[in-house]
Write a protein that binds this ligand. Structure first.
Ligand SMILES: [Zn+2]
Length: 515
């Protein structure tokens, strides 16, 4: 079963998300492993569907809802004959090799040095001014036209090879924010390399399209603050229409093991709603506290109320929060407190019920303490879509260009970016060639940025990304296959969500009567 592999992969590259901020602890992983062993047993019992497709669903209820849908997805995948497609596209091709060699040359001459430079000058999310300056200056030197500060985000940008944007429109997502560490910012997730990798591919492909007089355009999307929310930068950019008209999106991300997702829909770390509860009361002297209203009592009630309803929620729900503000002094009744929660469930349909319980726990806390609460739903991450027509070709290219530590078994289906908002609307792929011998978010992974381990992985990503974009730009049949698979999975995903809507009924609660 692929189950254990996918869990180990989650551990080695929690590369999708806000999960970066909420690290999976060992004990949680052990609990998840136990959970997955049970699910693996269920797989055997169900035993009707391709094993790689089953990994998307995490609860028995979801599996039941997905059975027919996964069978249809299996049919879709078989009809695409992806192995034949991979063999055809990755066969010897002198034209492709020249374009890939150009990307490699750019990396070796200048862009690995730029990766080192950004790595040595880390900037946290939404403050990446120097990094953006360096990346966009390089793109402008190579005739890309810069649009700075897109979607109202000062450190977001779009840089276009052909501003008119003739199709096929190729998009490359690059990120550059560092982690917030106790000793200051550091690039323990190697986002410093994403810009240089994506830019090498962008320039090589743009030059190729121009020299060959082929239709097409390349846009590099600078996406800030992947490690932080709010705001969810890519969701905000998507909603502002920044990605409109793009036919395919790629990005790279650091990992310990070279991997790719199975086709389907899913996410690494459950669907998440980020919610802040802000309580306001009235201040008073501690000795005459009846003259005030205590916002700290309210926020403590919130936590207790949540604990009191856990048994009325499905066991896979994860509700964890912190008190971000708890008052200022023990002799003043606190008149303002803030709690910050991540509310998680494996699917977004039941998540709505879970969040309503938590929101009501906050309302009840305010009501019972005579305070007021403001509920701020500030961010969300959702299932994304992965397609084999991109993932398998990208994986074959990563191996061709010398990727190390290869995991042959596909991982869990998931989108190429952490929010799910973009990857369920535009087909794409995240390139993940091994670029460190240490796990994500560590000082050791930061250290590998500057060694052969890192540089070699970044070179593989740049070359594989260039090769795949070369195929996508020049091969209408390939584009059609990607589109057919993506639209097919999207339709089945919608069907799955409708099935779940039917499954998760809410019990009827009768009006109380006098006797
Ligand atoms: Zn990351």
């Amino acid at each position: 079963m692929a189950r254990d592999t996918s869990i180990n992969k989650n551990q080695s590259h929690p590369s999708y998300a806000t999960e970066h901020d909420v690290r999976i602890l060992d004990e949680e992983l052990n609990a998840m492993r136990a959970h997955y062993v049970i699910l693996a047993t269920l797989d055997v019992l169900i035993g009707l569907i391709g094993p790689h497709l089953l990994t998307a669903q995490e609860t028995p209820t979801e599996r039941q809802a997905a059975r027919e849908i996964l069978r249809k997805m299996d049919d879709l995948e078989k009809s695409l004959d992806v192995p034949a497609l991979v063999a055809k596209l990755t066969a010897p091709n002198a034209g492709r090799d020249r374009v890939v060699a150009r990307a490699k040359e750019l990396m070796e001459k200048e862009l690995l040095a730029l990766s080192d430079d950004i790595g040595r000058n880390p900037e946290i999310g939404f403050e990446e001014h120097r990094s953006v300056e360096k990346l966009t200056a390089y793109l402008e030197q190579h005739d890309f036209v810069l649009e700075a500060g897109v979607a109202g985000l000062p450190t977001a940008f779009a840089a276009r090879s052909h501003p008119a944007g003739s199709p096929p429109r190729l998009g490359i997502i690059v990120e550059y924010d560092a982690l917030r560490g106790t000793k200051g910012a550091f690039h323990g997730d190697q986002h410093n390399a994403q810009g240089p990798v994506g830019i090498a591919a962008a320039i090589a492909i743009a030059e190729h399209l121009a020299a060959s007089k082929l239709p097409g355009s390349v846009t590099v999307f600078g996406c800030p603050g992947e490690e932080m929310m709010p705001p969810n930068a890519k969701t905000q950019m998507f909603e502002a229409g920044v990605f409109n008209g793009i036919d395919v999106l790629v990005r790279s991300h650091a990992v310990m093991a070279t991997s790719r997702p199975a086709p389907g829909f899913g996410t690494c770390c459950l669907n998440i709603d980020g919610v802040k509860y802000v309580f306001s009361g009235a201040p008073a002297h501690q000795m005459t506290s009846w003259n005030g209203r205590n916002a700290l009592t309210a926020v403590i009630h919130l936590f207790n109320n949540i604990d009191s309803v856990r048994s009325s929620l499905r066991p896979e729900a994860r509700i964890q929060g912190v008190i971000a503000e708890g008052g200022a002094a023990p002799n003043v009744v606190p008149d303002r407190t803030v709690a910050d929660f991540y509310v998680r469930y494996p699917d977004e349909i039941y998540l709505k019920q879970v969040r309503e319980f938590v929101d009501n726990a906050a309302r009840a806390a305010a009501l019972s303490t005579g305070t007021k609460v403001k509920i701020d739903h500030y961010g969300k991450t959702r299932d994304g879509i992965s397609v084999a027509t991109l993932a398998e070709v990208g994986f074959a290219y990563m191996k061709k260009y010398g990727a190390k530590n290869v995991l042959e078994e596909p991982g869990k289906p998931q989108g190429y970016e952490e929010t799910g908002s973009v990857s369920r609307e535009i087909p794409g792929l995240g390139f993940t060639a091994a670029s460190s011998s240490a796990p994500n978010h560590t000082y050791e992974m930061d250290g590998d940025n500057f060694t052969d381990v890192g540089h070699q992985g970044f070179l593989v990503d740049a070359q594989a990304m260039t090769a795949l974009l070369f195929d996508f730009a020049g091969n209408p049949e390939y584009r059609a296959a990607v589109k057919r698979e993506f639209e097919g999975i999207r339709t089945l995903f919608a069907e799955y969500l409708r099935e779940l809507e039917k499954t998760y009924t809410v019990p009827q609660v009768a009006e109380p009567t006098a006797k």
